[in-house]
Write a protein that binds this ligand. Structure first.
Ligand code: SAM
Length: 286
């Protein structure tokens, strides 16, 4: 263990490129490798002693985290002066079309986004009603993937049905010209999302507290569902969306298990072949 750790520390200390802000993915990988040793404790036989190794591990981790924090603060300031789209979309592009991970795992883009948005989390959200799905944020790479594929502009109104802490409407408001709305049942989440929008000075995003089944959907052009509900509740909301689609063309984007149900709706057609491991985009037919 000490030998392995020592050679890892030598390697990471030598690699100056890991201190370059643009190497966040590689820093994340290095931090993951160090974390294993942190968790086990840098102990064992041989020189240098474990305390010295521990200090080196901590110094490297602190150094990497400081570079990340500075990068996140810089982009946050850009967002606050209305110029955050470029940097964020550049990061999203460099991650590739759907990032490295299949499905709904989280990666360094989530770390980046969370340090930029700095959304506070409520201590104790209330228990959801039957049919509602617990809060889980859409991985950032899927949000960027959806934004790239929907190409939202100022004529669009994106409505996140069950918006949780608001990450999807917040990022869409930063990165596109669209108006963005989050509808969320849990009042504590709505308060956190509103505070974040205010701190970032985002004028085009609003959060509505309420049940999606009773909400006003008349302004939406693109509706997003990260499987917020299932069963009868999903059926009711799909019927409401169909009623909206009788008045205008809408798009429905989905992620997770609800995609299979949405794909069976005859009033919608997929803009391309849908895959379970990334957001699907459907357009209504009239
Ligand atoms: C899986 S989370 C998705 C959060 C967010 N859309 C995202 O992708 O990051 C589902 C959210 O939907 C909310 N929700 C479930 N049923 C709802 C309903 N009928 N009306 C409003 N919000 C609802 C839950 O409280 C939860 O925050």
């Amino acid at each position: 263990m000490p030998r392995t750790l020592e050679s890892l520390l030598d390697e990471l200390e030598r690699d100056r490129s890991l201190r370059e802000p643009g190497r966040m993915r590689e820093r994340g990988e290095a931090l993951d490798r160090l974390e294993i040793h942190r968790a086990c404790g840098a102990s064992g036989e041989g020189a240098p002693g474990p305390a010295q190794l521990r200090e080196r591990v901590e110094a490297l981790c602190a150094g990497f985290e400081a570079v990340d924090a500075e990068l996140q603060q810089r982009i946050r300031r850009d967002v606050q002066r209305g110029a955050g789209a470029h940097a964020l979309l550049e990061w999203a592009r460099s991650a590739g079309p759907d990032g490295d991970l299949p499905g709904d795992g989280y990666d360094y883009l989530d770390t980046l986004v969370s340090g930029i948005l700095q959304i506070e989390e409520p201590d104790m959200p209330a228990a959801p009603m039957a049919g509602m799905v617990f809060y889980q944020p859409t991985p950032a790479r899927h949000i960027f993937g959806m934004l790239a594929r929907t190409a939202l502009d100022e004529r669009d109104v994106l409505v996140d049905l069950g918006s949780g802490l608001g990450q999807v409407p917040l990022l869409a408001a930063i990165c596109t010209g669209a108006r963005c709305v989050g509808i969320e049942w849990e009042a504590a989440y709505v308060r956190c999302a509103r505070r974040c929008a205010q701190a970032l000075d985002l004028g085009r995003v609003t959060f509505v507290q309420g049940d999606v089944r009773a909400a006003d959907l008349s302004a939406g052009t693109v509706f997003y569902l990260y499987t917020p509900f299932e069963g009868r509740m999903l059926r009711e909301v799909l019927d409401r969306l169909k009623a909206e689609a009788d008045t205008r063309v809408i798009r429905v984007c989905t992620l997770g298990p609800c995609t299979a149900t949405v794909a069976r709706e005859r009033w919608l057609h997929g803009e391309d072949e849908w895959r379970p491991d990334r957001p699907a985009v459907f357009r209504s037919t009239r």
